[in-house]
Design a binder for this molecule. Structure first.
Ligand SMILES: NC(=O)c1ccc[n+]([C@@H]2O[C@H](COP(=O)([O-])OP(=O)(O)OC[C@H]3O[C@@H](n4cnc5c(N)ncnc54)[C@H](OP(=O)(O)O)[C@@H]3O)[C@@H](O)[C@H]2O)c1
Length: 361
């Protein structure tokens, strides 16, 4: 079989990943540029460039590559980053410029992400946390303002990014202050019993769309990220916010809440549960001999631990979770008896599932 098309396909995939990494670096450089401008610092830092080049050279040599090939690429990347640092956010207008955005739970992981996203794109952002000192401290770090619930009166968009157990109460409290035509949105990872209750209990005035960003707070840009959106009451404010998310590279998928929870029953409940049981069973391994595959798995388990409240909230609140976990336990039971039983049924199910997924990848 001719190997050339296969290798070219692999190279094409690597090119796509390189572009995504460049975009990641670009967004971080832009963020850095904003902070440097606020502190009147130069965008180019020759000392920092020397440190990076030394590190790159070390890794290049360790991997058996030629530094004369990699170093010039990094010098080009520095130019690209300096240009990114000097690019103010209004050069990439997405329609959030001048909007007043209030983020409840803005001191937490996803709240900070949303506050930062809105602020980088020119919105005037206020955040609310549970205590005033922490809210002020984090507002200063994010270069946004510390606010209070009454700021909802003036806000065009209110984003509720508090733990799932508190989303309904917080949203209802805030919605009372919001004016007609403003947009209320929450980020809850489960919709049944949360988004539907909010929609039923808030006043008629504000628009309401429940969002679920399908990424964690560790992510630093929206390009290529999926966001599920459950529209309850839409209008011009949602139109403009969803357009802004799309212009920032996100993929906004509209769907009913029940469909969202059914899919998340597989993508989150089952996936997280399998990782958690794996992590809890890895008792006899001292961590000395690693494969890259297990390193990736451990990073995922660590990610779940770092977001423990959300991880457990999804397991407890998703209405499909019990069924999904029972299905998992059944498959575990069957596989555990592999010495005695015929596994051809499980093998054929796995093969057909893999074929189904690989068509979508
Ligand atoms: N983490 C994820 O990967 C992820 C992804 C998508 C969506 N979400 C959703 O995003 C929301 C926030 O998750 P997160 O991971 O960002 O949580 P988090 O880091 O724990 O942040 C929670 C925020 O809510 C505040 N808060 C805590 N308890 C509260 C209460 N009882 N009443 C009002 N505010 C309270 C916290 O204030 P303090 O700072 O004062 O503690 C903090 O600002 C959840 O609805 C979750 O389902 C999470």
């Amino acid at each position: 079989m001719d190997e050339i098309p296969r290798i070219r396909e692999r190279i094409d995939e690597i090119d796509q990943r390189l572009v995504l990494l460049l975009k990641d670096r670009y967004e971080n450089a832009r963020l850095l540029g904003r902070i440097k401008r606020a502190r009147s610092l130069e965008s180019r830092d020759p000392e920092r460039e020397k440190v990076i080049l030394r590190k790159v050279q070390g890794t290049t040599v360790r991997l058996g590559l030629e530094p004369k090939v990699t170093l010039p690429i990094f010098k080009e990347i520095f130019n690209f980053s300096v240009q990114a640092q000097q690019t103010p956010s209004h050069n990439h207008a997405i329609g959030l410029e001048g909007k007043k955005i209030l983020v409840a739970g803005g001191t937490g992981g996803m709240g900070r992400f949303m506050a930062n996203f809105a602020s980088v794109h020119g919105a005037s952002v206020k955040i609310i946390g549970r205590t005033v000192p922490r809210t002020r401290k984090i507002a200063k770090e994010l270069e946004v303002e510390a606010g209070s619930i009454s700021d909802a009166t003036e806000s065009d968009i209110v984003i509720v990014a508090v733990p799932m157990e508190s989303v309904v109460e917080t949203s209802i409290d805030i919605a009372k202050f919001m004016r007609k035509g403003a947009l209320l949105t929450d980020l809850s990872s489960v919709k049944t019993g949360i988004a539907d209750r909010i929609s039923a209990k808030i006043p008629d005035g504000p628009e309401y769309v429940s969002l679920h960003p399908l990424f964690g707070p560790g992510v630093d840009h929206t390009t290529g990220q999926n966001i599920a959106a459950i529209p309850f009451r839409t209008g011009p404010q949602w139109k403009s916010f969803s357009r802004a998310l799309r212009k920032a590279g996100a993929r906004v998928h509209l769907m009913p809440g029940a469909y969202h929870d059914r899919v998340m029953g597989q993508v989150q409940v089952l996936h997280h549960f399998a990782l958690l049981t794996l992590g809890a069973s890895l008792r006899k391994w001292d961590g000395k001999l690693m494969t890259s595959s297990i390193v990736g798995t451990l990073e995922r388990i660590e990610g779940l631990l770092n977001n423990w409240d959300t991880t457990i909230g999804i397991q407890r609140l998703n209405p499909f979770s019990q069924v999904v976990r029972r299905e998992f336990a059944k498959a575990c039971g069957q596989l555990a008896k592999m010495q005695q039983s015929d596994l051809s049924n499980i093998e054929s199910v796995l093969q057909s599932n893999v074929q189904k997924w690989s068509r979508k990848l």
